[in-house]
Design a binder for this molecule. Structure first.
Ligand SMILES: *Cc1c(COP(=O)(O)O)cnc(C)c1O
Length: 372
């Protein structure tokens, strides 16, 4: 495939500015002789807890495991029982739902808002049943999904509020609190394409609950509280110190990286002016960290091909809502019109470090010139 003039994402380019620092950090790990646990992990956990505004952060193997550990820990702590319902937005990455299932819980898929593309918080009451015991709010595309309606709903029914913060590290909710601190626990992913990406798999859990912190640390380490003493049938879901070292290099640049994305989003927002697309909602001030900048278009597939022919890489996040995935055939009958529409119409524009504000203006003009 020939290189596009405006690539969607190229991870080598994204990481190039950090190369010297990353090499030094990796060398530090190699010469330390400490390849599991150690100071890179504790340094990273302390820095992430500061970012999230929580008492604790636990480095883990990836974002899916972060979510799995949260649900499993709440079962071990007796806060959830197998079979309990967990509200999950239908427009999300499949990992959100897989984690619920993995813990023996039952996803209650909720349709999303066409404005925010996230959970429709005004409709939560209409899908509530007494078996629902938790809400998994997903800050999809980097947009915080948290408001009074969600908070009142979880309080009224005494539900756990868990955040899937894989796409929104560094974002701030309308009440000024960072994502990762809004509910009882939050999962982070440092998958290479995320706003802060490792050079492989990595993830974390944040919480201010000491019991949850302790339980997750044990579960992620074979269920062991002290060495060779296992209180849970646990897992090996530890964060790799090599990845922690990479993240210790990159995390200090979080605000800078997110600001760059905000600038690209604001260029798209101001220059795109096509009747064939619907632009994402812009809050003032802008509290999204723009993991993706998503257009909706009834011409999505043609527009994608047209952009490609004009040198613009795009992506579709996601082409199928969760309830229509083949692995969830038992949910195929659900009616989720907004999630289904998003899957048909969504088109994500480049927002990575490979794209300059000038590129974003060019891409916008190419979109404006689209004629079916
Ligand atoms: C990436 C992602 C995950 C999973 O994270 P991994 O580190 O890839 O396991 C979970 N939820 C959402 C919304 C994601 O974008």
């Amino acid at each position: 495939m020939q290189a596009l003039k405006y690539p969607f994402l190229d991870l080598a380019t994204v990481n190039a500015p950090y190369f010297d620092e990353i090499r030094a950090a990796v060398e530090r790990v190699i010469t330390s002789g400490r390849y599991i646990g150690g100071s890179e992990i504790s340094t990273f956990e302390a820095a992430l807890a500061l970012v999230a505004g929580t008492r604790f952060a636990v480095g883990v193997s990836n974002g899916l495991d972060a979510l799995r550990l949260i649900f499993r820990a709440y079962i071990e702590l007796g806060r959830l029982q197998p079979g309990d319902g967990v509200i999950v937005p239908d427009n999300t990455y499949i990992a959100s739902a897989l984690a619920v299932f993995d813990a023996g819980l039952v996803p209650v898929f909720a349709d999303v808002s066409l404005e925010t593309l996230n959970l429709d918080t005004a409709a939560l009451e209409s899908i509530y049943t007494p078996s629902v015991k938790a809400v998994l709010t997903v800050h999809l595309y980097g947009r915080p999904c948290y408001d009074d309606a969600l908070s009142d709903f979880t309080k009224k029914h005494n539900l756990l509020l868990i955040e899937d913060n894989a796409q929104a590290i560094g974002a701030v909710a309308a009440d000024g609190r960072p994502t990762g601190s809004l509910g009882d626990a939050a999962a982070f992913s440092f998958y290479p394409t995320k706003n802060i990406g490792a050079l492989g798999d990595a993830g974390a859990v944040t919480t201010s609950d000491p019991e949850l912190d302790k339980t997750i640390r044990a579960l992620a380490n074979y269920g062991s509280d002290v060495r060779y003493h296992n209180i849970y049938k646990g897992y090996n879901c530890r964060l790799d110190p090599m990845q922690a070292a990479v993240l210790n290099v990159k995390l200090p640049y979080l605000q800078q990286e997110n600001e760059r994305r905000r600038i690209l989003a604001s260029v798209y927002n101001s220059v795109i002016d096509s009747k064939f697309v619907r632009k994402p909602m812009m809050s003032v001030p802008d509290n999204c960290v723009w993991h993706q900048y998503c257009l909706l278009s009834g011409h999505r597939d043609r527009l994608k091909d047209y952009l490609y022919e004009n040198g613009v890489g795009t992506d579709i996040n996601y082409p199928l809502p969760v309830h229509l995935q083949p692995c969830y055939a038992e949910f195929a009958g659900l009616d989720m019109p907004i999630a289904a529409k998003i899957a048909r119409e969504v088109l994500c524009l480049p927002v990575s470090a490979c794209t300059s504000p000038e590129d974003a203006a060019d891409i916008s003009k190419i979109i404006n010139a689209y004629e079916p």
